[in-house]
Every structure is written in structure tokens, then in C-alpha cells.
Design a protein around this ligand. Sequence first.
Ligand SMILES: Nc1ncnc2c1ncn2[C@@H]1O[C@H](COP(=O)(O)OP(=O)(O)OP(=O)(O)O)[C@@H](O)[C@H]1O
Length: 305
Amino acid sequence: MSGSIAVVDPPAVRAAAPALAVRGLRKAFGKREVLRGVDWQVPAGRVIGLLGRNGAGKTTLLRCLLGLSPLDAGEVELFGEPMTEPGGERLHRIGFVPQSFDLFPWMKVRGYLDFTAAFYARWNHELARRLLADWELDPRQKIGELSQGQRQKLAIVRAIAPEPDLLVLDEPVASLDPQARRAFMGELLALMRAPGKTVIFSTHITADLERADADIALLREGRMQFTRPLAELRRHYARAVLARPGGWTQAPALPGALGARIAGDELHLLTEDVPAERLHALAQEQGATLRLETPSLEDLFVELA
Ligand SMILES: Nc1ncnc2c1ncn2[C@@H]1O[C@H](COP(=O)(O)OP(=O)(O)OP(=O)(O)O)[C@@H](O)[C@H]1O
């Protein structure tokens, strides 16, 4: 039999598509340009922590990605297909936890979850029940009577129960106490054990991202600066602590030094891709001893964001 043979397996192509691809995304509120051409690719199967200072545009970006806020320019693809309108088929594959959850105050927790479940092709009732119990949410309580943290927990249960392929969370743990935060991160990682699942969450709690071993995406000045695994960030950045009696009045010039801080007799330099030999040579030139440290993600954020 002659004729062409299909060489591409469609499911394989779908699996290889990034969970999210953004090109040239722009968004302004009046004259305030918040997103100034965001280009961003998020491969399927990763946990991404979205970092940025207050007002950097994280919420705006997440809302634009999900079709909840119109774009001024640019393109968004979800699961390899252009995002043209919210909802539709993709509703079943996306979970979203907004920054604040104020809907349906008159509904009871159980009623709200049952009502929501009806919209989804897939809903893990067992998981929802277990999370309610673990997080001590009373199914008979009215949403309007829940504390802010309890509402946030409910929003997370609602987002996780459909077992979404892409889970987007906007500061999901801001109102949670430390126990609930840890439990939530545990659930998040458990969800991620299934192949191809992707989680994007914005947060200011860098320790959570370290615990989740997330890839770090940094939004600054309206653009995505990088998306890198934490381990890779740690390989590129170092803290060099130079100490000498008599201290320092200013930091010596060093290409690759991103920030300098003087503390007593010590000079702390945050460096990017500066070889250790170069730092040892600098210490010798300056008559100082050298200590090399791995900066925490919080240290990096303070310098880079
Ligand atoms: N609906 C709106 N109308 C006008 N300006 C807005 C609107 N939404 C957001 N902004 C502005 O856009 C900028 C980015 O806000 P956004 O909430 O996206 O930041 P963020 O990075 O999520 O901040 P945070 O870390 O404080 O939550 C801010 O200057 C904000 O005032």
C-alpha cells in the first residue's frame, strides 16, 4: 500500500507541548504599564514559584494567562493551544486559587463543593473529603462565617479536587498558619507526583519554594527575567564574605558583583558566575580572608527583584 505514513504521534506531541507559552504579553491600567512584553514558557511537569515585589504584576499576569483579564497585546497558549476565551474544555484541566475568595457567603462548605463538582468532568470526592477533615473545615459551616485562612483552605480544596493538569495559585498561603502551609505544600507536591502536572504559584514566602524545590520565575519591570531551577540559581550565585581587620569603606570593583553590604569588618558580595579562583585572588589583593556561602532564596530575591 502506498501513501504517506504519519510520523508524528498526536498524543506524544500534546505531551511535549509546554503547559503554558506566553509571547509579548502587554497589559496597562490607564497610563500604568504593568506587563511590558512578557515572554514565558512553562514546561509541563514543573512546580514554578512566581516571585516579584509588591505591585510587580504577578496577579495581573496570572489573571491574563487564565483569560480572566483582557490582554492589550500578545499571545497565550495553554497546553499547546491558543487561549482565546476563558472556560470551555480547558476549565476541566485548570485549577485556580485567587488571592482572595469571597464568593457564595450564604452557601455551606459541603454544598459549595458539591455544586462546584457538578461542573467538572473529574472530581476526586475522596480527596476533597480528606482535605476537609485534615484541615478541620466543617462541611456544615457557611462560607461567610469562615475565617480568611479557612476560606483560603476551601479555595485550595476546590482547586485541587478536580485534579487539574495546571494549577495556578495566587499567594495561596498568605492567610494560612505554618501547619496549614506545610500541609498544603505537602498536598501540592503529592499532586505533582502524577506525570505532566504543572503548578504555578505566586508567593512571598521563599522558604516554601525552597522546600518544594520549585523552579523560580522572577517578574521585574514588567518582564519575566528568568525561570530557573533553584539548584541552577544556586550554582550561578554565591555570597563571598571578605573580612579584614580595619574593615571596608567601599567595595572593590568586581565584574559579576550584583550587590555589596558592609557589616563590621566584613564585606558581603553577592556574585553571579564569578569563579572561586577570582574571588580568592580578590581576597589576596585586598589582604582579606574569604568565606564562600550559598545565598538563601530570600537573599537572592532581595538583591535581584
Ligand atoms: N484593576 C486594576 N486597576 C488599576 N490598576 C491595577 C488594577 N489591578 C492591578 N493594578 C495595578 O497594577 C500593578 C500590579 O498589580 P498586581 O496586583 O498585579 O501586583 P502583584 O505583583 O500581584 O502585587 P502583590 O505582590 O502586592 O500582590 C499595581 O501597580 C496595581 O496598582
